[in-house]
Write a protein that binds this ligand. Structure first.
Ligand SMILES: Cc1ncc(COP(=O)(O)O)c(C=O)c1O
Length: 181
């Protein structure tokens, strides 16, 4: 039996709504974008959501907005889509990889602290394949060392851990909509 990693989930409702947009002739920043942002923020449980062209851009914007730049270090996971490390490199900062937990395939939270230096500015965990990282513990480490947290929740829309949705325990989180999401 073949079990696909993922597949698009398209129902008649999606087809209807796409047709509605096409008939409106409004194909860029129209009312649907605002509706999407509001519904996304409400669904996730954050005050604001901003639609951009890709998860990669969202991650890059968050790195920039935190003022991370040349000489800075950001702790992240090596097991991810390349955007979660590239968004750090785009700003000439250095991704510092912490190995993964073999059970969850996410960053091994127990090993984050040993990689913190005076150059560390942020921790960027990734909820790989929708499996949430223990963000409470990441938050404790970040608070103790005065670091920001950027959450790559691109693969984790709707995922929850201990009653908290992925994407709610950080300075900012990113979700993505490539068909495999
Ligand atoms: C973990 C992770 N981060 C970032 C991205 C980037 O998203 P996008 O392909 O929309 O740029 C993806 C998806 O491709 C992803 O799986």
């Amino acid at each position: 039996m073949r079990i696909p990693l993922s597949g698009p989930d398209i129902t008649e409702r999606e087809i209807e709504l796409v047709n509605e947009v096409l008939r409106s002739r409004w194909l860029s920043m129209g009312p649907k974008v605002k509706e999407f942002e509001e519904k996304m923020a409400a669904y996730v449980g954050r005050r604001f959501a901003v639609a951009v062209n890709s998860g990669t851009s969202g991650l890059h914007l968050l790195v920039r907005s935190l003022g991370i730049g040349e000489g800075d270090e950001v702790i992240t996971t090596p097991f991810s889509f390349v955007a979660s490390a590239n968004c750090i490199l785009y700003e000439r900062a250095r991704p510092v990889f912490v190995d993964i937990d073999p059970l969850t395939l996410n960053i091994d939270v127990d090993r984050i602290e040993e990689k913190i230096t005076e150059r560390t500015k942020a921790i960027l965990p990734v909820h790989v394949f929708g499996q949430p990282v223990d963000m409470e513990r990441v938050g404790e480490i970040a608070q103790k060392h005065g670091l920001a947290v950027i959450e790559d929740a691109c693969e984790a829309i709707g995922a929850e851990y201990r009653g908290r949705k992925a994407g709610t325990q950080s300075e900012g989180a990113v979700f993505a909509f490539y068909p495999n999401k």
